[in-house]
Design a protein around this ligand. Structure first.
Ligand SMILES: Cc1cc2nc3c(=O)[nH]c(=O)nc-3n(C[C@H](O)[C@H](O)[C@H](O)COP(=O)(O)OP(=O)(O)OC[C@H]3O[C@@H](n4cnc5c(N)ncnc54)[C@H](O)[C@@H]3O)c2cc1C
Length: 575
């Protein structure tokens, strides 16, 4: 059996930043990090626009309190304000720390870190490395990990969380290279497994964003918090769904409908294109359904609107948002200097996740914790984003709470012994599971079931939701679930069998989908990204609370947890 003081699952910004903090705090600790991709291929590498922090380099009037207010207002008052205070107060410090590690942020002419405008932020506070910010940060963190001796298991798929008697004890993992299975035990386990964009058919997320960590936690009896809040980013490139960063609007691009109007004037007159994402995505969806979308031949009534950069000029486009230009050029042969880009909303971010306190310890209920289990990043819900995340607050969350969680793990493992567990029974169970998958002679191919599932979630639990739609969706999901148990694999081998991974990911996706739909059905109000056509208003008297969903194959039990309000009383949210 493999043994480490700490095992971290996830090589994105949250996992890497936590690992680094643990070895910085106590270099004698034996820390391992597992990722099903290579760490530098984690979705964090694709983050474009930047990371918010009140450095006040561009806007001297800015303050952490203003950042906290924008975040809470953006969250439609569902964020926990104690966590938001930590996020925004520690932001400048973590950016400077990254800079000292070697991250090359873009600069102002006087040499200080540059800051740009972003949706829902009242001041120019987003620090960036052109529009490749995630790339710049993740590469530097991974280099630092290697220097500090963190053991990296790349292309190992974690298939089970070992949780016994309310204590996390380790994980079971499968090596993509040769099908080897290992049990790892550790004094502390951390999940930083990222989001679940692949639950939907059009997403900006990478293929690995399948919600494995959420599903494994749910299967082990851990609740998932606020799963109904799925962020749709307004500007996915049509038809592929690839992200065109909000930085493009931050630098001045317009959204235009088939009549040539900047329609955001009708939805958020004071913020225009820089309204928060939930509002902008709904505006685009409404324009399209009202017949003011555009067809590929330029005529009205089509499935997208235009993102227009032309007035910005070649020099600004190439300096500030070169990657957005490249993406449109590479994928659609569009030269954004002279042509507008076709865009529509795309699934982008998971506000909910594994519930944690501000030290990164996983909650088993409102007042109870799972021993030795930690989580951070997009997989976790410390609830700094509530019902809607502001752009450039997620990289920040990964770094602030990755660091905090790392520090608390380093403390936690002092004087703890490795847990006892029965390695053989876990190995046997895992071998049987893989063998059964390989031998199964079902009638469906994995991608057939996955596509049916993604279409189902997109149709029945998308930007606009109703009770009737979601009930129909839940019935459809039952059918898809039984199909998912009746699949067959073409590849029966041990070497580099990606189908085995896809089969396990399909299980994760469906569990996550069931939890999203059930949580959404029971929230009879509209708040942030969760919009109910049958309950269009926010309802603070009944729903100013977090959903806690407990999964079991027999059904999902929903409980609720109060929101922490310390600074800002809920008000109407207008822009
Ligand atoms: C295109 C795009 C652009 C974005 N731009 C911005 C931006 O400009 N600013 C901002 O603040 N946010 C942005 N975001 C959001 C932000 O990038 C993510 O929320 C954040 O990077 C998530 O980091 P993470 O460490 O939580 O997870 P990820 O970076 O997603 O990493 C997850 C890790 O978990 C591993 N993993 C998952 N399941 C398993 C398993 N079963 N076994 C082993 N390993 C597993 C993966 O291999 C990976 O290493 C963007 C997101 C996208 C998709």
């Amino acid at each position: 059996m493999l043994e480490h003081d700490v095992i971290i699952v996830g090589g994105g910004l949250a996992g890497c930043r936590a690992a680094l903090e643990i070895v910085r705090t106590d270099p004698s600790l034996n820390v391992a990090l597992v990722a099903k991709t290579h760490p530098i291929r984690s979705h964090s590498v694709a983050a474009q626009g930047g990371m918010a922090a009140t450095l006040k380099n561009v806007d001297a009037e800015d303050s952490w309190e203003a950042h906290a207010f924008d975040t809470v207002k953006g969250s439609d008052y569902l964020a926990d304000q104690d966590a938001v205070a930590i996020l925004t107060r520690e932001a400048p410090d973590v950016v400077i720390d990254l800079e000292h590690m070697g991250v090359l942020f873009s600069r102002l002419p006087d040499g200080r870190v540059a800051q740009r405008a972003f949706g829902g932020h009242s001041h120019n506070r987003t620090c960036y490395a052109a529009d490749k910010t995630g790339h710049a940060i993740l590469h530097e963190l991974v280099n630092n990990l290697r220097r500090c001796g963190v053991r990296i298991y790349d292309e190992w798929y974690v298939m089970q969380l070992i949780l016994e008697d309310a204590q996390a004890k380790g994980v079971v993992m499968y090596h993509l290279l040769d099908g080897q299975i290992e049990v790892v035990r550790a004094k502390a386990v951390m999940f930083a497994t990222g989001g679940y964009g692949r639950v939907y058919n059009t997403t900006s997320n990478d293929y690995a964003s399948t919600g494995d960590g959420l599903a494994m936690s749910a299967l082990a009896g851990v609740p998932l918090e606020d799963m109904e809040f799925v962020q749709f980013h307004p500007t996915g490139l049509y038809p592929v769904g690839v992200l065109i960063s909000e930085a493009v609007r931050g630098e001045g691009a317009y959204l235009i409908n088939s009549e040539g109007d900047r329609f955001m004037a009708n939805y958020a007159p004071s913020r225009m294109e820089l309204a928060p994402r939930d509002i902008t995505s709904r505006a685009i969806a409404l324009e399209i359904s009202a017949g003011r979308g555009i067809h590929p031949d330029g005529s009205a009534g089509g499935p997208f609107v235009y993102l227009d950069l032309r007035h910005m000029g070649r020099e600004k486009i190439m300096n500030r948002v070169p990657f957005a230009w490249e993406e449109a050029h590479r994928l659609l042969s569009i030269d954004a200097v002279n042509q507008p880009m076709p865009v529509r909303p795309t699934v982008h971010y998971s506000m909910g996740g594994i519930p944690v306190n501000t030290s990164g310890q996983v909650r088993s209920g409102t007042d109870t914790l799972v021993d030795a289990f930690f989580a951070a990043g997009e997989a976790a819900c410390v609830s700094v984003h509530g019902a809607n995340r502001l752009g450039s607050n997620s990289l920040l969350e990964c770094i602030v709470f990755g660091r905090k969680t790392g520090a608390s793990i380093a403390q936690f493992v002092q004087n703890r012994k490795l847990p006892d567990l029965d390695e053989q029974s876990y190995l046997l169970e895992a071998h049987c599971k893989i063998q059964a998958l390989l031998e199964q002679s079902g009638q469906y191919r994995i991608n057939q079931v996955r596509e049916a599932f993604q279409d189902c979630m997109t149709k029945y639990c998308g930007v606009f939701r109703t009770e009737e739609l979601m009930r129909e969706g839940l019935t459809k999901l039952q059918e898809i679930l039984s199909q998912s148990q009746d699949i067959y694999l073409d590849d029966k081998g041990k070497l580099w069998n990606t189908e085995v991974i896809e089969a396990m990911e399909l299980r994760s996706l469906i569990i996550v989908g069931q939890i999203i739909l059930t949580s959404a059905l029971n929230r009879q109000e509209s708040r942030g990204a969760h919009f109910r056509e049958d309950y269009q208003e926010r309802d603070d008297s009944n729903f100013l609370k977090h959903t806690m969903a407990y999964y079991s194959p027999a059904g999902i039990d929903l409980q609720y947890k109060p929101v922490t309000i310390t600074m800002f009383e809920p008000k109407e949210r207008k822009y």
